[in-house]
Write a protein that binds this ligand. Structure first.
Ligand code: GDP
Ligand code: MN
Length: 378
């Protein structure tokens, strides 16, 4: 879950990282009032969970409260990369001398955290990184050691940041650790004409697996782009691990690895998978019913393949789940079921006894995929 800039700013402040005074409003008239309280001159900033706001016209300086109202009116409602601006943050302008870039990110490939920093921060950091990678320092951070004073000094020196920036680097690491973040990014981290170091922007991504203990952020009000698909939204509402694809064979399996290989085998048989759906270990009747319901409501789906390898979950429980799901879900498309592993024979017997005209069993994964592909493309 990404945080808004104003939320990241609150966090930073709580960890002793200097940030400009600011207020968040959702109406132009409130912007005028807030600007008055902030001293008149303000930077008006779109609050959307995407970068590049500056280049899109979502960050503007207003000379006085009247201008703040006009600017807020322009920015509110603006569309920035598909995100509608519903709130703006007004911040006291800062007299910038240098703009730096600083972030910590989980580097899954390297199995560690990475500090990324550059003395050439600001709106063109992507271009700097692409054209002059040597201007961007990338330093691994061992999570067991963390960012000590010495480590912060090392990062600052490698990136060409002033030694005074080390304190902010150390605190940003604390934010990452204590807030369960996968990414903490400040661009720009600035040095003012007076020599102070301030965070002028902030992006924080909280690990979704830790959202339960970071509950103060609540539910994200704007759904991420990945949920723009109504089927994915429906699946998510039911707690299903579902990804919409654009083929014609609906897929249900247990375990992410098995489901992914099922997609491959179906593709190998000349059909296209319609989705990824991992029902996990439980495979209760309810989960099976919910999964079938979502998949059958996909108009592209022409056949459904259930591929379960019973491990801890026994196949007879899965078969019972399918039988119960058939009570509540109106099956309109052929369902090919492959059960193997723990209690497979009992599971198959249960489905045979149910004898639903649209349900077929095939004992091998490859055979089941071939049959589902055939039914979906005939
Ligand atoms: P982004 O484009 O979405 O990353 O938005 P930023 O918050 O980083 O703002 C874009 C740019 O606006 C920054 O790189 C700064 O150059 C500038 N900016 C942001 N806040 C201030 C401020 O308080 N004072 C001044 N002078 N410039 C600012
Ligand atoms: Mn920025």
């Amino acid at each position: 879950m990404d945080l808004y800039e104003h939320q990241a700013r609150e966090l930073f402040k709580g960890y002793g990282i200097a940030v400009p005074d600011a207020a968040v409003v959702d109406h132009p008239r409130e912007a005028r009032h807030a600007a008055e309280l902030l001293g008149g001159r303000v930077v008006v900033k779109a609050q959307v969970k995407t970068g590049g706001r500056g280049k899109a016209g979502g960050v503007k300086l207003a000379a006085d409260p009247a201008a703040a109202e006009i600017t807020a009116r322009q920015i509110l409602g603006m569309d920035i990369k598909g995100h509608t601006v519903r709130r703006v943050m007004l911040a006291q302008p800062v007299d910038i001398q240098d703009e730096f870039y600083a972030s910590y990110v989980l580097d899954r490939a390297a199995g560690t955290f990475l500090a990324i920093a550059s003395a050439e921060g600001g709106m063109d950091i992507e271009e700097v990184a692409a054209t002059r990678p040597e201007a961007v320092a990338r330093i691994p951070v061992d999570p067991a050691e963390g960012v000590t004073e010495a480590k912060a000094a090392e990062i600052a020196a490698a990136a060409g940041l002033p030694a005074e920036a080390a304190g902010a680097l150390r605190r940003l690491w604390e934010v990452l650790v204590r807030e369960d973040a996968l990414l903490v990014e400040v661009n720009p981290l600035v040095r003012t004409a007076q020599g102070a170091i301030l965070a002028l922007d902030g992006k924080v991504t909280i690990d979704d697996n830790a959202v339960f203990r970071q509950a103060r952020w609540g539910e994200t009000p704007d759904a991420p782009a990945a949920e723009a698909d109504p089927l994915e939204a429906a699946a998510r509402a039911r707690g299903l691990n579902y990804v919409k694809l654009d083929g014609e064979v609906g897929i249900i399996g247990n375990g992410a690895g098995l489901v992914m290989s099922t997609l491959d085998v179906v593709a190998g048989r000349g059909a296209r998978p319609a989705n990824f759906l991992d029902i996990g270990g439980g495979a209760s009747a309810q989960v099976m019913a919910d999964g079938l319901d979502v998949i059958l409501s996909d108009p592209e789906v022409r056949a459904v393949l259930v591929n379960v390898f019973g491990g801890i979950t026994a196949c007879d429980a899965v078969a019972e789940g399918i039988v119960q799901a058939l009570e509540s879900v109106h099956l309109t498309k052929p369902l090919v079921v492959r059960l193997d592993g723990n209690s497979a024979a009992r599971g198959r017997a249960i489905l045979d006894a149910r004898a639903h005209p649209l349900v077929e069993q095939v004992t091998t994964m490859d055979g089941a995929a071939a049959r589902a592909a055939q039914l979906a493309t005939r």
